[in-house]
Ligand binder design. Structure first.
Ligand code: AR6
Length: 171
């Protein structure tokens, strides 16, 4: 399993699956969620509504999969990161679950590649370095599986790109 770190907009990435930093409503929002729904078109929202009608809200740490609509990816995996607030290990575990559950959905879908944004580090204010180390460590748990060949961390902000590049050297 190859790990890539790039700086850019996840809506332009053509991995088989891309991950969305959604909220429990699954009905869209701002940040990366807004960009994915805006560029992917209404098919994504329609699929989210169907999932919500069948399963209810998406809990923090959980993930669901939909079409990617007009985006270059085939699937969007929507996961709900924790709001940092006062933090704590429970929040770290919940963030780790986001990465883990997204990976499991992609594996079930037989996707060979997946791209992640820096979940929870925008509006949800998770500390960036702790989020990045949690993300990388969780993904490394999957290093021996044979379905996903490539995991891309898509850093929108240069500060995140630098953090990921520094951290990957130490792990
Ligand atoms: N491509 C990749 N990363 C992006 C993009 C993009 N197009 N746009 C922003 N980011 P955020 P959260 C980065 O706030 O903290 C929404 O309203 C951004 O720089 O999108 O998990 C949801 O509906 C940051 O590093 O997500 C929820 O209500 C990262 O994506 C709430 O925000 C995450 O920032 C979720 O908050």
């Amino acid at each position: 399993m190859n790990i890539k770190i790039i700086q850019g907009d996840i809506t332009t990435v053509s991995t088989e699956a891309i991950v969305n930093a959604a909220n429990s409503s699954l009905l869209g929002g701002s940040g990366v969620d807004g960009a994915i729904h805006r560029k992917g078109g209404t098919a994504i929202l329609e699929a989210c509504k169907k999932i919500k009608a069948a399963q209810g809200k998406c809990a923090v740490g959980q993930a669901v999969i939909t079409t990617a609509g007009k985006l270059p990816a085939q699937y969007v995996i929507h996961t709900v990161g924790p709001v940092w607030n006062d933090g704590g290990c429970e929040k770290v575990q919940l963030l780790s679950q986001c990465y883990e559950n997204a990976m499991k959905l992609a594996i079930n879908q037989h996707s060979n590649s997946i791209a992640f944004p820096c979940i929870s580090t925008g509006i949800y204010k998770f500390p960036k370095e702790l989020a990045a180390s949690t993300a990388i460590q969780t993904i490394l748990k999957f290093k021996d599986q044979k379905i996903i060949r490539e995991v891309t961390f898509v850093c929108y902000e240069s500060v995140d790109f630098e953090i990921y590049n520094q951290l990957i050297k130490t792990l």
